[in-house]
Write a protein that binds this ligand. Structure first.
Ligand SMILES: [Zn+2]
Length: 70
């Protein structure tokens, strides 16, 4: 495998997305950010189809767990 060490090039990973079935509508949403199991198009509210897209990996927020139970 060819490993590149350029820091300004984010690593692209094949990511599951839902994209709009309407060819005129370019909207899509990452599956992990989808509001529902079968999300509707965020733009035209039409049906979406499952697909893949090469996207930069989303950095997991390490500080997401705030302890508010005090
Ligand atoms: Zn749409």
């Amino acid at each position: 495998m060819d490993v590149q060490q350029e820091e300004n090039k984010p690593e692209l990973k094949p990511t599951v997305i839902w994209k709009c079935k309407n060819a005129d509508c370019k909207a899509w949403v990452r599956e992990e950010f989808a509001a529902a199991e079968y999300p509707e198009c965020p733009i035209c509210k039409g049906p979406t189809i499952r697909s893949y897209k090469h996207l930069p990996a989303v950095a997991k927020a390490k500080k997401a767990r705030k302890k508010a139970a005090k």
